[in-house]
Design a protein around this ligand. Structure first.
Ligand code: IVH
Length: 681
């Protein structure tokens, strides 16, 4: 099979697997096989870009970086919907519809109103040609590379079934589970959290690096089909057809024969919507028949044949008593509003997030102001505005602290960041406390029996200052310790006291933690930007702490998914004398400092940080042996000739296209002898 045929075959096969997986939840092949095929396709496409197809599943992983998005005009304007919050207004809408249709019978289609980003997706001859944001409704940003990363969006549909030009519209969103995963990861590496799924989705769609977009598993529900001429009689037919063509149509829609049925649908979903995998904020009600839609027409801004019923956000108003400032593990200072307790959706709210100093400025909020509090998609309630009619003489400006509220060290603000930081990493008590909490968590050293106030107590008693001190705790030191905690909010007290049984539990957990694998230790020690996944990658690549400790910036960049920021952070961390002592103490305590996964046995470090590709046959190595040698000496093998390639190893009967491309791109080519000299140099 020639490369063009193989590319076509792989493209079709992988597209089918994706379709089965995302639309029908069927795994036709295991992940490993899938990844291998995808890798093969990607390598072939790099080698023969002329045969790469626009619907190739390799686009799902991104890779293009655009400086600025091009502005494109919408073929059909993207209108918005009239909104209402009241059933009375909904009845008025229905009356207008009745009149507009001169008493003819009609049905509505009710859909959930998804809270994300409106997308226009244009297909040409069955191929996804363009993805555009709503923009101002007339023109938007061309974000094609980013929408291609949405795995449920077909890059190609059966061209014989669809018009040569059509457009679907839908809502791009970040699934709640994905939003939470990203925030957990951000918490791990000390990044400020994303406020809510909607903003996170909108921010992600506007990222310039589609590779970064691909890592956030965006999704999209489609809800409109547009073509000229129209090919459907009703909206219902279009939903059914789009589903059949492989689009992700939310199954939540329903046909309703009367406005009463619509109201029942609205009632039904008021609470049920929280079971959905994404944020929703209302119901969209559309006339089903397209001829009736045309008859009703549009106002300047929105259709007369549709309306959005929005659920009232759960909101209340109360007084802002004070602002406290919390210091996180990385020293980021977050302002928190202390409110006069108020009942909101069945729970008493006493605190709300204020995010950062910019947010305080944006809201223009002052102490003693009456503020509006809402519980939206986010878990922590937020302040959405100030009731200026209630502002009085008692209102005072909020003065942002210049010193750390916990240790009085002057705060610093890093360029381009919204947060202020306390730079006293090693002495600031809440930072210390958070470092311990990070260290003991399940995915790190898994010593959770030390939770719930015990760490605080041990810090207070001067028994621990560094996580390494934990391994010097003894039965005698722990037995009988006691501390009383008072909840600031409720005034209730709680006593933590260490009796024989809990001391035993702690010591056993500490002992057991020594078996936690190297990657967990690497995550636990808390290097900034080294989350779980990065820790695994570093552990796999370097194999042990000494190789990592002495790795250069350049060598670190050779690790998959490690960029400048992480590399810098790792080098700086190991350069710090206190951290070196910390690692030595953990090693002496018996923690795992090497991985027991045997990848390729390390023979040397001569190729660390270098990338290779080979072509042709060799006198001293089979292809597999050559690959093993490269990896055993710390080098990495790339899938194709690119700017990232350092050396092309050229053997007997080399492939002409690789050599040609390397020549064009100025990639150095070396022979087998030179490669062998490099191994032992
Ligand atoms: S239909 C003519 N259906 O709501 C307008 N929109 O205010 C056609 N939205 O920009 C829009 N879920 O981003 C439609 N099921 C749904 C929707 C939906 C969310 C968004 C969409 C649109 C905005 C309209």
């Amino acid at each position: 099979m020639n490369p063009q045929e193989r590319i076509a075959e792989l493209t079709d096969r992988l597209t089918l697997y994706n379709f089965q997986y995302y639309q029908n939840s069927i795994s036709e092949v295991d992940d490993f096989t899938f990844d291998k095929l995808l890798e093969e396709l990607s390598a072939l496409e790099k080698q023969y870009p002329e045969f790469s197809r626009p619907d190739s599943p390799t686009h799902r992983v991104g890779g293009t970086v655009s400086k600025e998005f091009a502005t494109v005009y919408h073929r059909f304007p993207m209108l918005s919907l009239g909104n209402t919050y009241s059933e009375a207004e909904l009845t008025e809408f229905d009356t207008r519809v009745q009149k507009g249709l001169n008493g003819a019978a009609y049905d509505y289609i009710c859909e959930l109103k998804f809270d994300g980003v409106a997308l226009s997706l244009a297909y040409e001859n069955g191929i996804l040609a363009r993805g555009v944001t709503r923009g101002d409704g007339t023109r938007g940003d061309d974000i094609t590379a980013n929408v291609r990363t949405i795995r449920t969006l077909p890059l190609k549909v059966n061209a014989s079934a669809v018009p040569p030009l059509f457009e679907v519209r839908g809502e791009g969103f970040l699934p709640l589970a994905e939003f939470e995963r990203i925030n957990r990861e951000r918490e791990d590496i000390g990044e400020p959290l994303l406020a809510n799924p909607r903003n996170a989705a909108s921010g992600t769609f506007k990222q310039q690096d589609s590779g970064a977009v691909a890592k956030r598993r965006l999704d999209c529900y489609v809800y409109s089909f547009l073509s000229e001429p129209e090919i459907f009689q009703t909206h219902e037919e279009s939903l059914v057809a789009m589903k059949a063509w492989g689009f992700n149509v939310s199954p939540t829609w329903r046909k309703c024969g009367s406005i009463q049925e619509v109201m029942a649908f609205i009632d039904e979903w008021e609470t049920k919507r929280y079971e959905l995998p994404l944020a929703t904020d209302g119901i969209v009600i559309k006339i089903n028949r397209f001829d009736q839609q045309r008859e009703l027409g549009f106002t300047a801004k929105s259709p007369r044949w549709a309306i959005a019923f929005k659920y009232k956000a759960l909101a209340a108003s109360t007084v802002l008593n004070s602002v406290s400032y919390q210091v996180g593990r990385t020293g980021a200072v977050t302002p928190v509003a202390n409110l006069k307790p108020v009942l909101l959706a069945g729970t008493v709210v006493r605190r709300a997030s204020l995010h950062n100093s910019n947010e305080i400025e944006r809201l223009g909020v002052m102490l003693n102001d009456t503020v509006f509090v809402e519980k939206g998609g986010e878990i922590i309630p937020k302040i959405t505005g100030v009731d200026l009619t209630k502002r009085s003489e008692a209102s005072e400006p909020i003065v942002y602290p210049t010193e750390c509220p916990a240790c009085q060290t002057p705060l610093v603000r890093k360029e381009g960041e919204a947060h202020f930081y306390c730079p006293n990493e090693k002495g600031c008590p809440p930072q210390l406390q958070a470092r311990f909490e990070h260290f003991i968590q399940r995915r790190a050293m898994n010593i959770e029996s030390l939770g719930e106030g015990k760490i605080e107590m041990l810090i207070d008693r001067g028994l621990i200052r560094s996580p390494a001190d934990l391994y010097e705790l003894t039965f005698e030191k722990l037995l009988g310790l006691e501390k009383t905690f008072t909840d600031i909010e409720t005034g209730k007290t709680r006593i933590v006291s260490l009796r024989e049984k809990s001391v035993e539990n702690i010591l056993t957990a500490l002992e057991r933690s020594k078996m936690q694998p190297f990657e967990s230790v690497l995550f636990a020690i808390g290097i900034r930007y080294v989350g779980n996944t990065t820790a695994e990658k570093l552990a796999d690549y370097f194999g042990n702490i000494d190789a990592l400790r002495t790795a250069s910036h350049e060598a670190l960049l050779g690790v998959p998914e490690v960029g400048d920021r992480i590399a810098q952070s790792v080098v700086a961390w190991f350069a710090d004398a206190d951290n070196q002592v910390f690692v030595e103490r953990l090693r002496l305590a018996g923690l795992q400092m090497a991985t027991d996964r045997v990848a390729v046995e390390r023979k040397g470090e001569t190729l660390v940080g270098k990338t290779f590709l080979y072509t042709g046959t060799f006198a001293n190595f089979s292809r597999e042996e050559l690959e093993n040698e490269i990896e055993a000496h710390g080098g990495r093998i790339l899938g194709g000739v690119s700017k990232k390639l350092n050396y092309l190893i050229v053997g007997e009967n080399p492939g002409p296209s690789k050599v040609e491309k390397a020549t064009k791109m100025g990639v150095p080519m070396i022979g087998e002898d030179e490669f062998m000299a490099m191994l032992s140099s």
